[in-house]
Ligand binder design. Sequence first.
Ligand SMILES: Nc1ncnc2c1ncn2[C@@H]1O[C@H](COP(=O)(O)OP(=O)(O)OP(=O)(O)O)[C@@H](O)[C@H]1O
Length: 318
Amino acid sequence: MAAIQFVNVSKQYPGTTAPAVDNITLEIPEGSIVVLLGPSGCGKTTLLKMVNRLHEPTSGKILLDGVDIQSIPVNQLRRNIGYVIQQVGLFPHLSIAKNIAVVPDLLGWDRQRINQRVNELLDLVHLPLDFRNRYPAQLSGGQQQRVGLARALAADPEVMLMDEPFGAIDAITRESLQDQLLELQRRLKKTILFVTHDVEEALKLADEIIVLDKGRLVQKDTPCNLLANPAGDFVRQLLNTDDRIRQLSLVRVETVMKPLDSTIHSNRLPRVPLGTDLKRVLSLMLSPASDTVLVCQEGNPIGYITFEELRKVGCLSA
Ligand SMILES: Nc1ncnc2c1ncn2[C@@H]1O[C@H](COP(=O)(O)OP(=O)(O)OP(=O)(O)O)[C@@H](O)[C@H]1O
């Protein structure tokens, strides 16, 4: 079942002449990262904020695991959805531990369980335990953003909404936060709806990308299919498809691979772990020549990708 379903959802703000979100119907599959991509003002944030009811649709409905969110009390809904935003929104007067514990506190967890969870989360986002007693102002922007992520994960929500979470962070820290998010996602398998206007970030993080223009859904596809078959000039220009090799370096092998089958004799084939980018796969295919590369999870082959497949999905056609 899709974790989040939008059914004919529109939103028009009072006093405006055009809808910010215009009749969107789409499904966000459980356990996937789906990225909302589009230029400023296309309706990404509005669409996202309707999921935790920070905005209400003018028409249409949104289902969470098949349940209309209108039937769920708002506080309960928000406690079950992790929310990470660009401005982090940490409470300046609370320690890092207390910031991370906000939702477990609200849920009435006992002290010991909260302490344990805070330690677990600091570890998960690669922050040292002695950060527990620091205050937000004593952390760098990237560290604060990791605390924001830990806080959103605290009560182990199935769904995470992330609105340009790395937007205000320098390029190098941003890349490492993206890598950490992907690493976390391989373990936690949350359903993540992620807003960005950064094409490279979208190609790197997404299992599927949803392109919006003026509130309308223009295309919904995997990063590779989007690059291969952009639905018209708007998407083509948005993706700026000139630099194919750069783009290959952003797309992850799991968004393209096929599950392993009996036609593949795996003994001597080159192997890559989940998360490897397609540029690396291509270089393995070229030297020494091998038209198939195996994809492994914890050392065990689970899928494969062929040169023909790379070519067919269009990444190499330019
Ligand atoms: N509270 C509001 N009242 C009126 N109009 C609004 C309001 N919030 C957003 N809008 C308008 O709705 C449209 C969509 O805005 P939204 O913030 O969803 O876009 P976005 O794609 O997230 O943009 P950005 O990338 O710049 O954050 C814009 O035209 C915006 O001006």
